[in-house]
Design a protein around this ligand. Structure first.
Ligand SMILES: Cc1cc2nc3c(=O)[nH]c(=O)nc-3n(C[C@H](O)[C@H](O)[C@H](O)COP(=O)(O)O)c2cc1C
Length: 182
């Protein structure tokens, strides 16, 4: 504790705090928050599967069962997700790093060679995922440069295994955390 501090807190080590208008710094700070990695899928009006890698997925409510994720307002998939009544969230396992990369790449058929099952209304469920959430879109609202989707989970499933993790722009896999030694 600092001798001259009236508070029982240690002073933070020197660090540089910037306003959020510093976009690079904001991204780096947000990147400290480790997330899982998902591929969100849907079916377009003409029956084409669409999907992209998403780490903005999160749980919102248990009763009712609601989940959320956000999609860049400039995404080529935006019109499909706005029109689709259903979407699926495929939680990637540690062995699906290749899929995480593939579903964030442009100019390719992202589904080519990807084994999938057919979910409700034909929405693709990716084989080998750690968990699947089949959802009905409840609301979508634009906030800043993203559109926030909220969906009600109709069905979900899981298998045991390690998950894929994204932090500071790098992929990792889950492993047990430890307290530092005394
Ligand atoms: C780990 C990771 C997480 C991502 N999370 C999101 C996300 O939450 N929302 C989003 O719109 N794009 C996200 N992206 C980018 C998309 O996967 C994709 O590259 C982008 O949407 C461009 O493709 P599109 O125009 O077909 O949508 C993420 C990419 C990576 C690699």
């Amino acid at each position: 504790m600092d001798a001259d501090s009236p508070h029982p807190f240690r002073r933070l080590p020197s660090f540089s705090s910037h306003p959020a208008s510093d976009a690079r710094h904001l991204r780096a700070c947000l990147g400290s928050f480790a997330t899982g990695v998902t591929v969100v899928t849907a079916l377009s009006g003409d029956g084409r599967p669409v999907g992209l890698t998403v780490n903005s997925f999160n749980s919102l409510s248990l009763e009712p069962a609601l989940v959320l994720w956000s999609l860049g307002a400039r995404s080529r998939s935006l019109d499909t997700f706005l029109a689709a009544r259903r979407f699926a969230v495929n939680v990637l396992s540690a062995g699906q790093l290749g899929l995480a990369r593939r579903f964030s790449r442009s100019g390719i058929d992202r589904f080519a060679g990807v084994a999938s099952h057919t979910g409700i209304d034909g929405v693709p469920l990716i084989e080998g995922a750690l968990a699947w959430f089949e959802c009905e879109t409840r609301t979508h609202h634009r906030h800043g440069d993203h559109v926030l989707f909220i969906g009600e989970v109709l069905r979900c499933a899981r298998v045991p295994g390690q998950g894929l993790v994204f932090q500071q722009g790098e992929f990792r896999s889950t492993c047990a955390a430890h307290d530092p030694p005394e």
